[in-house]
Design a protein around this ligand. Structure first.
Ligand code: MOS
Length: 706
């Protein structure tokens, strides 16, 4: 028996909204303890070499200092396995420096001010070596097929040779840094051998496993809490060295320790989206049928750490093209380790692919939407299996309709509004989401409130809210009688909130737990079923509460390919004299399966679009040539702000996805995918200038004359 209410879908305000705006919601840096000490990290000022000496005497003698930890006195720590690939090398284990901004010391003091002041007193001498900083450096190690997702089919060389039209171009994207507003923070304390950590993480169970492995203790001796996280965008998918340092410091000074990274430290401490160079060749018939796609991406990774993403995963599946090769090569450099950043792989990869499609459309004299429809993949083009659901055609059609694409005159520079050149551009979007096993537990007590618990985190997308809706629907309760408790590794095990997969994973687990709870109550009520209440049944059986567990895993009986799709449409206005680009309208049409909450889902798409506008026009992390990041402030690293973001028009197309019982796909990543190429293509349409390097800044528009 599954009761239903109409609480799923529609517009539901965030259930955690009041807690957030009143300050009741506690973020990792908000947790205080008696006797709390503060830790500040000191980072290397070279990119390669060894620490010859590190002078900590002045810091140790400074007021309030409790400890200065360097590789000389740090505990021996193990590297954590598992999770999403191996963990970062543990910090302070030797004197070697492999990137600029590597943690080389941590200063612990009674106050943050004392720790900061003392940290500035450490003096370090280095034996410097020539760093590897350039993708073209012949000394650098190359890693072929690093993500294990290189793909090929047919014969690309033959396809290109036979093609009537070929476009070939190289696209580049810069390093871009995840900049969640919440500075990453860790508060750690030990109670004997039990470690408790409040952390900016996207997965408490994962962080617990990492910390247990690092310190060589049982998972049961570690508890990680993250009820609220101030954004992460992928940066919280690893247990980074500063988390380990906070825990190590707490043990050494035998007090709770709080460590909050500074904004500048965030740029080297919690990953970033690596720069890319991408070579794309498209071959087609005059009628616009793709006959060959060749896409090679090159990006850096760290020297002694691993992060790999596939730049061509979307390329392999977006179009029905018989001959294809997609490859990602990595180059090991003296850089901090890159990481997942919203739409990892796809965000930069689809930029290159979809700009090339636009170039092909011009080459053919064909409408860009028409070109995409002509190559529509009705089945998965690699496996030839059916899609579990796919509404990309509806995304193109409804998006174009809402945008007014028909008003576009194809000729570049043909649409003007006074001094502004007006351009329309579009792009496809795809993200391959992953749903991993997840658990939840539902408990209903005599107060008539159902409490649903899971270790999963809500880093901001609205997980508390939509899971409340799912539970309320299955239990047949109003939203006010359901409470979600998340972000505690002591709760039922859950995967990371990442890869656009948590709504499917946790939603299915919550669905299962609540369904099981309904069954337990029904059984207890006995037959024939009467009009009874949960609390009535509990009272009659002299019970104070009833609980049920639920688990989910990806369905394996369905021989179909899941996929998340979208079509993005941008209007830009370019100041013809100054080169300033404004995105003035944007339509995002997304096939996200069943939408649990129009409001939070739309907010996800709006946020991702804002990130895409930043990616297209503003964001770039710049090195000064020595490996030092030269613009690690919000004054110098520009993100899209309100003035850069027009009203975003969001359309949800598509049907519930049968791949999981709640019918959802995941929309967090597809929100950003396709935004940058839609804008770049609009800039070409406006100006006739094909800028193949992001960001499309005023400087570039003025300098790089054709
Ligand atoms: Mo997402 S980049 O997996 O947080």
């Amino acid at each position: 028996m599954t009761a239903t209410t109409d609480v799923v879908g529609g517009v539901v305000d965030r259930v955690d909204g009041p807690a957030k705006v009143t300050g009741a919601a506690r973020y990792p840096a908000d947790f205080g303890f008696a006797n709390l000490a503060y830790a500040v990290v000191v980072q290397s000022t070279i990119a390669a070499g060894r620490i010859r000496r590190i002078d900590t005497a002045a810091a140790e003698a400074a007021p309030g200092v409790l400890a200065v930890i360097t590789h000389h006195n740090a505990p021996r720590l193990a590297r954590a396995p598992g999770g999403l690939g191996i963990g970062p090398p543990p910090p302070l284990q030797d004197d070697r420096i492999v990137y600029h901004g590597q943690h080389i010391a941590v200063v612990v003091a009674r106050t943050l001010e004392e720790a900061t002041a003392a940290a500035s007193l450490t003096r370090t001498g280095y034996d410097e070596t020539e760093p590897l900083l350039d993708l073209d450096d012949p000394r650098a190690e190359q890693v072929e097929n690093a993500a294990g997702r290189d793909v090929s089919r047919g014969d690309v060389a033959a396809g290109l040779a036979a093609a009537e039209v070929v476009v070939a171009a190289t696209y580049t994207t810069p390093t871009q840094t995840n900049n969640p507003l919440g500075l990453f923070a860790t508060t750690a304390h030990w109670d004997g051998d039990l470690l408790t950590v409040h952390d900016s993480t996207q997965g408490t169970a994962f962080a617990r496993a990492s910390l247990a492995a690092t310190f060589g203790i049982q998972e049961s001796a570690v508890r990680v809490l993250a009820p609220f996280v101030g954004g992460a965008f992928g940066a919280g998918l690893r247990t980074w060295p500063h988390v380990v340092l906070a825990a190590a410091a707490a043990r050494m000074v035998d007090r709770p320790v709080k460590l909050v990274l500074t904004r500048a430290q965030m740029f080297t401490s919690v990953g970033y989206r690596p720069a890319t160079v991408q070579h794309v060749k498209l071959g087609a018939t005059r009628a616009g049928e793709l006959v060959a796609i060749d896409h090679e991406g090159i990006e850096p990774t760290a020297l002694e750490d691993d992060y790999a993403e596939s730049l061509t995963r979307a390329t392999a599946v977006l179009y029905d093209c018989p001959n294809l090769s997609g490859r990602t090569r990595q180059v090991r450099l003296n850089v901090a380790c890159p990481t997942w950043m919203r739409g990892p792989g796809e965000a930069p990869g689809v930029f290159a692919l979809e700009c090339a499609l636009d170039e092909l459309a011009y080459e053919l004299g064909m409408d860009p939407v028409e070109l995409r429809l002509r190559n529509y993949a009705d089945v998965h083009p690699q496996t030839r299996k059916p899609w579990s659901t796919k509404a990309l055609r509806a995304c193109y059609e409804q998006g174009a309709e809402r945008f007014g694409w028909a008003r576009r005159t194809p000729e570049p520079r043909s649409m003007r509004d006074g001094r502004y050149l007006v351009g329309y551009g579009m792009a496809s979007a795809y993200y391959g989401y992953v749903q991993v096993p997840c658990q939840a537990r539902a408990t209903l007590g005599l107060d008539g409130v159902a409490v649903v618990r899971s270790a999963a985190t809500d880093i901001g997308p609205g997980t508390y809210t939509v899971m409340t809706q799912v539970a309320a629907e299955v239990l047949g309760l109003p939203l006010e009688r359901v409470r979600l408790e998340l972000g505690d590794s002591a709760m039922p095990r859950a995967p990371l909130q990442g890869g656009s997969g948590l709504t499917a994973a946790l939603g299915s687990a919550v669905h299962a737990a609540c369904g099981e709870l309904v069954r337990s109550f029904t059984e207890l009520a006995g037959s024939p079923p009467t009009a009874d209440t949960y609390t009535g049944i509990l009272a009659r059986h002299r019970l104070t509460e009833l609980s049920a567990d639920g688990a989910s895993a990806r369905r394996t009986d369905l021989d179909a390919e899941p996929g998340i799709f979208g079509a993005k449409f941008a209007e830009v206005r370019v100041d013809a004299d100054l080169g300033l680009v404004r995105v003035t309208r944007f339509v995002a049409a997304v096939d996200g399966g069943r939408i649990l909450n129009e409001k939070t889902a739309s907010s996800q798409i709006i946020g991702g679009t804002a990130g895409g506008i930043g990616m297209a026009l503003l964001e770039q992390t710049l090195s000064d040539g020595t490996g030092r990041i030269a613009n690690a402030t919000f004054g110098d690293y520009l993100v899209a702000v309100n003035a850069d973001v027009p009203d975003i028009n969001v359309i949800f197309a598509g049907d519930p996805d049968p791949i999981n019982p709640v019918g959802v796909k995941g929309i967090g990543e597809v929100a950003i995918v396709g935004v940058a190429p839609a804008i770049a293509n609009a800039v070409f349409h406006a100006t006739g200038r094909r800028l193949r390097a992001l960001p499309i800044s005023a400087e570039r528009l003025l300098q790089e004359r054709p």
